[in-house]
Design a protein around this ligand. Structure first.
Ligand code: URA
Length: 280
């Protein structure tokens, strides 16, 4: 009996059910459907219903959204482009119903750090710890990111951190292209409002989404790109994601090369007086 309960708990954890948020269960999909119906009736929105899964719980297809993807993106664009500051953008994002991940996530994970610092890091999507705390990169990958920052004299007072998708995908799966596209106008506006001198894309999902390429992260990392934000060009670099480095520690040497490139550029732009370290 104990073994079957342990098995059930393991299965829940694998499916992303790793926190008890209430005494009674909620059917979030039903709530989401009701909200979508209300918004659609009021003409205020767009929707993203459930995916379908195969026997291994992989997504087999993304369902046709109640409204076409371009209508969802247009709604997102209209809302995001009206935001005049980061608080306003967060508020607008919290009211946005066009990304299905909102229905299964506990919290919106918007951003952390210093938006005035001149350096912005963007990851993929929140994990379980971030979902619980509402802050990006606070779990194991986040702790490694903090160490990576510290290795070149940075910390969260000297960078701003966000994700391309602000809600946790169930079971920490990669966000689907529809989910990412629905959130992208908000991410792009967030970058415009932060207006960093340097944009750092952590991992393939962030790099491919923001740099508009399908190239793999091993080809993208360690190179400078130009990212267009409104009427400005921002220099951007891709790096290996800290979650990948936790699984593949031998690749940390590549991350160190990229961090040194970043440190060199920070010095050139005189963004901060980084501590002298001949290794950097
Ligand atoms: N991984 C990410 O990409 N983002 C987070 O916030 C946490 C883990």
């Amino acid at each position: 009996m104990a073994e079957s309960f342990a098995g059930l708990l393991r299965w829940y954890a694998e499916m992303g059910v790793d926190i008890a948020v209430d005494d009674a269960p909620h059917d979030r999909f039903a709530e989401s459907r009701a909200s979508i119906a209300a918004h659609t009736e009021a003409g205020t929105l767009s929707a993203a219903p459930q995916q379908t899964f195969d026997a291994s719980h992989r997504i087999t297809r993304e369902p046709a959204p109640a409204l076409p993807a371009d209508a969802i993106e247009a709604t997102a664009l209209e809302s995001a482009s009206g935001a005049t500051n980061l608080d306003d953008l967060r508020e607008r994002l919290s009211r946005f119903e066009g990304c299905g991940l909102k229905a299964t996530a506990t919290r919106l994970v918007f951003g952390d750090g210093n938006p005035g610092a001149g350096i912005m890091f963007i990851g993929e999507a929140p994990g379980a710890d971030e979902d619980r705390q509402g802050v990006p990169f606070v779990g194991r990958a986040g702790q490694l990111l903090d160490k990576m920052l510290a290795s070149i004299g940075l910390d969260r007072t000297k960078v701003y951190i966000a994700n391309v998708v602000p809600w946790r995908p169930p079971g920490n799966r990669t966000p689907t292209p529809l989910e990412t596209a629905a959130c992208l106008p908000f991410t792009r506006r967030q970058i415009e409002l932060v207006d960093p001198k340097i944009l750092v894309c952590l991992g393939a999902a962030a790099a491919q989404t923001l740099l508009g390429t399908k190239e793999g992260i091993m080809r993208l990392r360690g190179r400078w790109f130009s990212y267009r934000a409104g009427d400005k060009e921002i220099q951007a670099i891709a790096m290996l994601h800290p979650a990948y480095l936790l699984r593949q520690p031998a690749q940390k040497k590549l991350a160190w090369q990229d961090l040194r490139m970043l440190a060199k550029e920070i010095r050139r732009l005189q963004l901060f007086a980084l501590p002298f370290n001949s290794a950097i």
